[in-house]
Design a binder for this molecule. Structure first.
Ligand code: NAD
Length: 440
């Protein structure tokens, strides 16, 4: 089988910028502090505050897998379900050494807010396996994925909890999950399970436009921001951190607007060219070389030089806690468009605010992925195939609707965009809880 997966990557990543950071502070504590700030300002109902201030279910599984050389390894996998008041739990699966219960809790909680902001009928969940995928062969990753799916059992399901790709997972991994899940079902129920994961390969029930959806959403919102600020994107420069799904698609979709990519950083290093880097050419290079390091048409720069690059827009599209008290003062940009989840910690956020740098917050800015996942799920339910124009048009309406709601909350409550985005999400959930009450 032709395997299209980054898992065959054999480079050794250095997780230097993230692993030590995680030890110092809890990402989930950051989420709680963001939540509390918004809840105080909008005077969120105290009961709803208790409900949303914690996760609903947390599943931790330890499962054995046979390696290529016959050894048995035991892996730890997670699925945290934060809330399903608005619809089935929904959120990605991450394969990364830094995955732990705290990170997954944070990511699951952000998913609840995201779906609420853009008005889609999903709740929030997230999961993952603590591993470095570069240490395993494709065959091992397939067995790990299948065994993880088996261990999760009925924790996931097409009308209950629907995973999708995230860091180091991709459509191939979703196809393995689908196949394993279907194999665990009675024959007469299998076709009804197509929607158990989204972000599938198109031939296996995926949606056109899902691969680029998160980046497309980021670029639609940058475009809205530019319109609101009379800012000419055709003369803009931008830098991107992370050149995987979200980073590379964001970079590629900025190009037709005339904007110039001048620096990129990923786990292998950072590169710059003030004359402009062609995102299409860099994407081809990264696919072949597993990272931006060594790209011959740009010069290598350090992490600090990357952060100091003078540009109009910064798109963080890697991992959490990249914009902090130490790094936020270094940025020389007008707008941070958060493609990644949680790239900015509360101290970093405060500094961006003080410095007048605009932020399109993650829970709005990267919601394109979950929006098109919703479209994929709908197409699976209805046995339909939409074309790219239909997907893009519906994505645009949904994400710009979210942008408008957050913008209104910014002026109504006189808060920054992150807090306003939380208020929009919390207000929707509060309304639903008040309408339905609490059983019994
Ligand atoms: P990916 O695995 O495709 O790419 C991750 C990128 O980050 C790679 O280029 C990697 O080299 C880089 N990276 C990893 N560690 C780094 C470090 N320490 N410094 C610099 N770069 C580093 O993952 P993705 O799907 O593009 O996800 C990226 C971010 O976007 C994550 O925060 C994820 O949760 C978020 N996100 C993804 C989606 C989606 O649809 N895939 C949707 C919403 C949000």
């Amino acid at each position: 089988m032709a395997i299209n997966t980054r898992s065959s990557v054999r480079i050794k990543p250095t997780y230097k910028q993230t692993a030590p950071e995680k030890k110092r502070r809890s990402v989930y504590e950051d989420v709680v502090s963001q939540f509390n700030r918004a809840a105080d300002i909008m005077n969120l109902d105290s009961g709803v505050r208790k409900i949303l201030g914690t996760t609903m279910n947390e599943v931790v599984v330890h499962f054995p897998v046979k390696m290529d050389d016959g050894r048995i390894e035991v892996f730890t996998g997670y699925r945290v379900q934060h809330n399903n008041a608005l619809g089935p739990f929904k959120g990605g699966l991450r394969y990364h050494p830094a995955v732990d219960i705290d990170e997954v809790r944070a990511l699951a909680t952000w998913m609840t807010w995201k779906s609420a902001i853009v008005n889609i009928p999903f709740g929030g969940a997230k999961g993952g396996i603590q591993l470095d995928p570069t240490n395993y062969s494709v065959a091992e990753l397939e067995r790990i994925t299948r065994r993880f799916t088996y261990a999760l059992g009925n924790t996931i399901g097409p009308d209950y909890d629907i995973p999708a790709p995230d860091v180091n997972t991709n459509p191939q991994i979703m196809a393995w999950i689908l196949d394993t899940y279907q194999s665990m079902m009675p024959a007469f129920e299998r076709h009804r399970c197509l929607g158990v994961v989204t972000g599938k390969p198109i031939e296996s029930g995926g949606s056109v436009g899902r691969d680029k959806a998160t980046g497309q959403g980021v670029v639609y919102l940058i475009h809205e921001w530019a319109k609101d600020h009379n800012f000419d994107l055709s003369k803009a420069t931008y830098i991107v951190q992370g050149f995987g799904n979200v980073g590379s698609w964001s970079a590629r979709l900025m190009k037709p607007l005339g904007a110039k990519l001048i620096a990129v950083e990923d786990v292998t290093g950072a590169i710059a060219d003030p004359e402009g880097i062609d995102p299409e050419d860099l994407t081809r290079y990264v696919l072949e070389n597993r990272g931006v390091k060594g790209y011959p048409k740009a010069k290598p720069i350090s992490h600090i030089e990357f952060l100091r690059t003078r540009a109009d827009i910064f798109i963080p599209a890697a991992l959490e806690n990249q914009i902090t008290a130490e790094t936020a003062p270094l940025l020389n940009v007008r707008l941070v468009a958060e493609g990644a989840n949680g790239p900015t910690d509360p101290e970093g956020d405060a500094i961006l605010n003080q410095r007048g740098i605009d932020v399109l917050p993650d829970i709005l800015c990267n919601s394109g992925g979950v929006i098109v996942s919703y479209f994929e799920w709908l197409q699976n339910k209805r046995s339909e195939f939409w074309d790219l124009q239909e997907v893009d048009c519906k994505l645009y309406k949904k994400i710009v609707g979210g942008y408008q709601r957050v913008k209104e909350a910014v002026s109504k409550y006189r808060v920054n965009w992150r807090t306003a985005a939380y208020i929009v999400a919390l207000a929707r959930l509060e309304k639903v809880y008040k309408e339905r009450g609490i059983f019994p």
